[in-house]
Write a protein that binds this ligand. Sequence first.
Ligand SMILES: O=C(O)CCC(=O)C(=O)O
Ligand SMILES: [Fe+2]
Length: 503
Amino acid sequence: MHMIRILPTRTLHNVLSRRAFLWRERVAFGYHPITPFHNATTTMSHSGRSASESPESPAALAKRQKIQSLGDVISRKQPAAFGTFSIPADQWTIFYGTKGNTNRINLSNASEAELQHLSDACQPATFGVNKEDVLDESYRKAGKMDVTDFATNFDVINSGILDVIRSELLEGHESNKAIKTELYKLNVYGKGAFFKPHKDTPRSTTMFGSLVIVFPTKHEGGALMLRHGGSEWMFDSAAKVRTQVDPSIAYIAFYSDVEHEVTPVTSGYRVTLTYNLYFATEPINNIIPVIPAPSSTEIAFTTALSTLLSDKAFMEKGGILGFGLQHEYPLDPKAGLGNLINCLKGSDAIIQRVCSQLSLQTDLHVIYEDRDIEGKSPPFVMAKDIVDYSQDEGTGMTFGERLIDCDGGQRVAVTGPIADEAAQHACTVYHSDDDIDDESENDDDEFKDDYVVDVDWVTDLTKFTGTTSYVAFGNSPQMDCVYGNVCLLVHIGPPEDRTRHSN
Ligand SMILES: O=C(O)CCC(=O)C(=O)O
Ligand SMILES: [Fe+2]
């Protein structure tokens, strides 16, 4: 049971202003203009070489262009499924209250006074900052009711919404996956209520999404904004439900590592149910096994990868393709990466599935930044699993040394903005490309300390895996899992070994 902690204003202010700065920084990079749920599609190929690197040979240039063309077909689609549903008349009632003081409300035609009563029965909604439950009405102002204090006969499982989530959010072959729902909270947002940007706290390694049901109570404002990978989307649920002929709920399901925000309600009461969404381990009976049509990204990626595999000039000795994944994943240091490869989201899942279908070996890795290198190796260490050294006695080794010597870590060069930034922290400039396999060049250079795995990055890593605690804003205090970044490595054999893959 977590206690609610009210942070001293100054502490919270520091935390928030640091965050506000980050937001301003991101805005400076340019958001897509906000349109009603606009559909941004951006491609994700890696950022290539920096100007400081040595001239590229024609062969290296050709290889890099081929790898870039593969990254270019991986498009990001909007990380949400949304819409309206009209629901049967017997599913609009919420029963709520405490022992000896119970009430009911019909949310298809509730009066102002009834809504006020429901709102008064709620407690102020808190949110999580790391492991603590925080009440701060400058960050989240809303009423909440726990599942112990209300009951609904709204039947989410048979509503049809899960089918939409499967086909529109999970899409393609993922749409056969079974989903488990967990009712989490009832929230009432009165006039002036809002929830600033946050990610929903991962409650287990199989949790992938969040579902919000918005009832058609009279209100304005309270739009849900989603931001991911430099794109922004807005879902104005109030406008959606207002324009329906029959009373209908609005729903939006999104990957819960996507940052989101509820804008202020300007009038009325916005009443919602929130659900956590999990990949179910057991198949669910009501799914009719069909062979779903592959999504357009899946088709394009299959074609592009097959073309590269059948190109004899591409990776003549074989090698490793690296994909920095687009989403963050719930990582539990006690459980390790475990079954994560079966719980990938969006285009990450597509990359994994297509590679498997082409019989390529894939595995997930985490990459840590190693700031204590005092030497000349790339300041990144790749490991097959997450490590947690936080509780251990000091070993006299640096983080990177320990990872390499005790946990099978290997140094790796990475590309992209985070690598450029990390190179500034570390005391050496490193090169990721061909130079590394050319032993003659390495005799006296920075790479001789540790073996460096050569990875050709198709999409850049967006963040390193965290090694220390960090301020994380969630909708509840952190559980055993925290969001982390992983990458997918795909092993490519030499051309003679891969003819069967490309057919
Ligand atoms: O009400 C919404 O649209 C989203 C609420 C939310 O983000 C949350 O409860 O974590
Ligand atoms: Fe949330």
